[in-house]
Design a protein around this ligand. Structure first.
Ligand SMILES: [Cu+2]
Length: 219
């Protein structure tokens, strides 16, 4: 009687230990997986001298480990009221950009004279038509990889496709604010590029949570 009660107690104890062990291992597993998946957000404000507004600054991480695939859907560059929309389009290298013509009547011709990024000419085409181009060439030289876009019908039209290694980028708004979400934990070079301002590079360390980075840019 005494023995069997001891055995029951012992079995119950070993069952509890097994359960405890399971919970412990599961706990380690959970900690390890959340550790590996830690990601944060980079937010900030750009103050620029020499331009009226600090918008259209592309803020991006120069190099993020891994092979970053371009999206399966094309990025859109529209043309309306004789303006490229958006004025600045950051993409992951290899992204297909679809060029629309949303004018009621006017034809446009899109080309990039850029020898460094991607020299191309999509020809002249009417409203409603589209042209696609995949920006997949490696840039020669250092600095941000940019393809300037022009229209040979309307010389006042211009835009920029900024070709990047990874999808962790943002374009600043009219008040110079930007936000990059879902950044894997790590230390990176945060680059700010603007068509008229000097490029800046800042070291940034991202954990889980928010990192605030304010940037100053000038001509
Ligand atoms: Cu045009």
């Amino acid at each position: 009687m005494r023995q069997s009660s001891w055995m029951r107690a012992s079995e119950s104890l070993s069952a509890r230990l097994r359960l405890l062990g399971f919970v412990f291992i599961a706990g380690i597993g959970l900690t390890a997986s959340t550790g590996a998946l830690a990601e944060g957000r980079i937010t900030g404000k750009i103050t620029a001298t020499g331009v009226r507004k600090a918008d259209n600054v592309v803020v991006y991480l120069r190099q993020v480990p891994g092979n970053h695939m371009p999206p399966s859907t094309p990025a859109i560059m529209d043309q309306k009221d004789f303006v490229f929309i958006p004025h600045v389009l950051p993409i992951v290298r290899g992204t297909k950009v679809r060029f629309l013509n949303s004018e009621p009547k006017a034809q446009h011709n899109i080309f990039s004279p850029d020898k460094v990024a991607d020299r191309m000419n999509l020809g002249t085409y009417p409203p409603g038509d589209v042209r696609d181009h995949v920006f997949d060439k490696e840039c020669s030289g250092s600095g941000t990889c940019v393809a300037a876009l022009l229209c040979n019908v309307h010389p006042e039209m211009s835009a920029f496709v900024v070709i990047l290694q990874n999808p962790f980028f943002a374009v600043s708004d009219r008040s110079g604010m930007f936000e990059i979400k879902g950044v894997p934990a790590g230390t990176y070079d945060l680059v700010a590029w603007h068509e008229k301002l000097k490029e800046t590079t800042t070291k940034v360390t991202v954990g889980s949570g928010d990192v605030q980075v304010d940037l100053k840019m000038s001509r």
